[in-house]
Design a protein around this ligand. Structure first.
Ligand SMILES: C[S@@+](CC[C@H](N)C(=O)[O-])C[C@H]1O[C@@H](n2cnc3c(N)ncnc32)[C@H](O)[C@@H]1O
Length: 275
């Protein structure tokens, strides 16, 4: 009898392993039934080690809150938000293979009430509603149009908090930029030197691959991440980790310009005001 129980336990373990392998390769190293989904991840125990650095910045009790996890991958952050009691969690991603992993992980770990949908960040308007917390982690630098994505998030789905992370390159320093930039250094024909300063908001364009991945298009420096968030209408409240920003919705600068039908057809200036 005992032998049979041990044998069936081993069978279950092997079956789980087979399912995990069949759904791979995994980017999120999740722990499911005592097994890791990506134990040899090139970044280490990702994203658990990263989350440990900033998890205290997020309210421990999310009862009654709604969460949208954009670029959810295998659902690590969606599951963590549900673990904190969020009333509703929606994870969206543009890759069905990751969504299959997320559904499997949430089901097997017993987290009901998370829905995972194939939806691009560019289409968040289709959700037709706002969320208390929007998570936009690790996606910006994969996009060809990163500022458009932030604008769309602000316009359509951000209801209060935005948890944002991007890969960054360059120094962590942030240059205070003037309200206006003169074309020339006054009294000369020389261009101003702001742009030579590595702490000036700067987005590095990666034409070829980065880390063997052609989907890495951009690498902002820290000043640029913060400037882009402000430009899209978010106020940075906290930087709990070098690459992570906790933001709240704020005024949208130049909303009238963005409301121009020729530029962003759907971006009406009605609820946004220039600060
Ligand atoms: C580096 S992973 C980050 C995953 C997770 N958010 C995290 O921080 O660990 C980037 C994820 O963004 C997804 N993604 C890429 N482009 C997207 C888009 N246009 N809309 C939605 N998701 C996208 C990818 O499929 C992938 O799952």
């Amino acid at each position: 009898m005992k032998t049979a129980t041990i044998a069936s336990g081993q069978d279950d373990e092997a079956a789980l392993r087979r399912e995990i392998v069949a759904l791979g390769p995994w980017f999120h190293n999740l722990r499911i039934g005592g097994q890791q989904t990506a134990p040899d991840h090139f970044l280490g125990d990702y994203p658990a080690f990263k989350f440990a650095r900033f998890e205290s910045a997020i309210p421990a009790d999310l009862s009654g809150k709604t969460v949208l996890d954009i670029g959810c991958n295998a659902g690590f952050y969606s599951i963590e938000m549900k673990r904190r009691g969020a009333a509703e969690v929606i994870g969206i991603d543009s890759d069905d293979r990751y969504l299959a992993q997320a559904r499997f992980a949430a089901d097997t770990l017993g987290f009901q009430g998370i829905s995972f949908e194939n939806l691009s960040v560019y289409d968040v308007g289709k959700l037709g509603r706002r969320f208390d917390i929007v998570i936009f982690m690790g996606v910006l630098y994969h996009l060809r149009h990163p500022l458009l994505a932030l604008d769309l998030i602000r316009q359509h789905v951000a209801g209060d908090l935005l948890l944002f992370q991007t890969m960054q390159q360059g120094p962590p320093d942030v240059l205070q930029v003037p309200d206006d930039h003169p074309f020339h250094v006054p009294g000369t024909s020389r261009p101003p030197s702001f742009f030579d300063n590595p702490a000036y908001p700067r987005m590095h364009f990666i034409e070829k691959k980065f880390a063997n991945d052609w989907t890495n298009w951009w690498a902002p420096n820290s000043a640029c991440s913060q400037a882009m968030l402000r430009a899209a209408g978010f106020t940075v409240e906290m930087q709990p980790e070098e690459e992570v920003y906790l933001c709240r919705i704020g005024p949208v600068p130049y909303a009238e310009w963005m409301g121009s039908p020729a530029v962003y057809p759907a971006f009406g200036p009605q609820e946004e005001k220039r600060p």
